[in-house]
Design a protein around this ligand. Structure first.
Ligand SMILES: Cc1ncc(COP(=O)(O)O)c(C=O)c1O
Length: 472
């Protein structure tokens, strides 16, 4: 753990244990730096992190104070429990939940899709027109695997932001991250194999595992720091795991991120298991608030064990559905797999994405969007603290736009979903992010929606419904 994270974690513990109460002033930056013999900038970074997590707030010309509600609500959900390898039997429930969460007319607090108002809608529209007009020939023709060269060049350049050096020829453009992950799983695994996932994990991994006849073992995961390496090691020693499928930064739904130190440790651990492949899904990676976590598992992949997958679905437009993977030793197999299944991603969408990236407004757009996510997460988290029943726990992630809430244990998230839906509010219950039932009192909320009166009222109403269920 980096020094400033240690400083932040120590102070967070003091707050959780009540050493500093709500409204109390915490040590000044200068005072703490002196006491701990660390630099001012270390403490400043630690305080920025605690502010991001909603534990403290600064008051102009006065210093930092513990925020209202910090002691009851800022405790992150507990570290989840792992399990045994299981077949996935929940796809019907997943489909049912997703179907009802995406009905038209609902306030979509459940979907993991950035609100359209924050996406570069006009920019993309202009590029669609430009491409159709000037590159119609190529854009309306097939574009075979591995995909458009100019787009692969752009992506290879951007991979350097996370310290991954790759050549455009190492990249395959896919139909979103979904195709990248699906093809990776089918290249690495055969029916009956075991894959390890975070607990909770993105439900899409469970659907894919079911489709390919794979068993899933869930690894205990901390909602802040990600998958437990000790538990992972135990599972790898005990079971013939073929692949680890995980979202390494700002995971869905927990918001957990694996820190740079832990990424290194994980890759070192995996060198002891050279036959295991990591399918790293980094679809939310560019949505960090501080820009600080700028490495991934792929950065430290000295043994060619990581297939990196990502897409522009959460940053530009899910409808373009442009993704990619860097398959390493599985390149040929994944390319052939794609040729047999879809030939490649849509030519038009690849041309549009390439043209959009080439114009150079992407980073500016990301900065703006991420600032809105951060403001919204803070705002919605505060509402939750005020209106949700006592005992609610949430961790506010340091990137992306998803909140993962642990409600009092007597609440059924599926029941809450049904009640909320009657009031035109959609949420996603925790049940679909696991093969078991350990998250049946959890919900995932999309906090990218504008904080207008309608959406605020929806959060308040949800809190009231949860309180009714808690009291029942
Ligand atoms: C973690 C994760 N991976 C993959 C996907 C799907 O990505 P794409 O739209 O690029 O196929 C999602 C969508 O919600 C996701 O949350």
């Amino acid at each position: 753990m980096t020094l400033y994270r240690q400083v932040a974690e120590n102070l967070a513990q003091d707050i959780r244990q009540g050493i500093y109460d709500e409204g109390d002033k915490v040590p000044s930056v200068r005072g703490l730096s002196k006491r701990l013999s660390v630099s001012i900038s270390t403490v400043t970074q630690a305080y920025a992190l605690l502010e991001d997590q909603g534990l403290i707030q600064s008051r102009p010309q006065s210093g930092y104070y513990v925020r209202e509600g910090a002691n009851d609500h800022f405790i992150a959900p507990p570290v989840s429990k792992g399990g045994l390898p299981e077949e996935v039997t929940k796809v019907d429930l997943i489909s049912k939940v997703l179907r009802s969460a995406s009905q038209p007319g609902l306030i979509k607090l459940g979907a993991a899709i950035p609100d359209i108002s924050l996406l570069p809608f006009r920019g993309v529209q202009n590029h669609v027109q430009k491409v159709a007009r000037f590159q119609g020939h190529e854009a309306f023709n097939y574009q075979f695997s591995p995909g458009l060269e100019s787009l692969r060049q752009q992506i290879a350049k951007r991979m350097r932001h996370i310290k991954v050096r790759c050549h455009p020829d190492d990249i395959i453009i896919t139909n979103g991250a979904t195709e990248a992950i699906f093809l990776s799983l089918s290249s690495v695994c055969s029916a009956g194999d075991i894959i390890a996932v975070e607990s909770p994990c993105y439900y899409g991994y469970l659907q894919m595992a079911q489709r390919q006849g794979l068993k899933v073992i869930e690894i205990p995961t901390d909602p802040v720091q990600g998958m437990s390496l000790d538990a992972l090691q135990l599972a790898l020693n005990q079971w013939p795991v073929k692949a680890i499928c995980l979202t390494s930064r700002f995971s869905n739904p927990s918001g957990a991120s694996i820190s740079t130190d832990k990424q290194q440790a994980m890759m070192q651990l995996l060198q002891q298991f050279p036959d295991i492949t990591v399918i790293e899904d980094d679809i939310y990676g560019e949505l960090g608030f501080s820009g600080e976590l700028n490495t991934t598992l792929k950065t430290f992949d000295r043994s060619n064990q990581v297939i990196y997958c990502s897409s522009y679905s959460k940053t530009v437009a899910a409808g373009l559905h442009v993704g990619w993977c860097i398959p390493g030793k599985f390149y040929q197999d994944i390319k052939e797999g794609q040729m047999f299944s879809s030939l490649s991603a849509s030519s038009l969408c690849q041309q549009v994405m390439s043209s959009y990236l080439e114009q150079g407004h992407y980073d500016k757009h990301l900065r703006k969007m991420v600032q809105s996510f951060k403001d919204n997460l803070d705002g919605f988290a505060n509402l939750i603290r005020m209106h949700f029943p006592e005992g609610t726990r949430l961790s506010v992630p340091t990137g992306s736009f998803i909140l993962w809430l642990c409600l009092p244990s007597n609440i059924s998230a599926l029941q809450l979903q049904a009640l909320a839906e009657k009031e035109s509010i959609s949420i996603v219950p925790g049940d679909i992010f696991t093969t078991g039932n350990q998250f049946s009192n959890y919900i995932r909320l999309n906090c990218s929606l504008p904080r207008d009166e309608r959406n605020k009222q929806a959060i308040i109403r949800l809190g009231q419904l949860a309180s009714q269920l808690a009291a029942a």
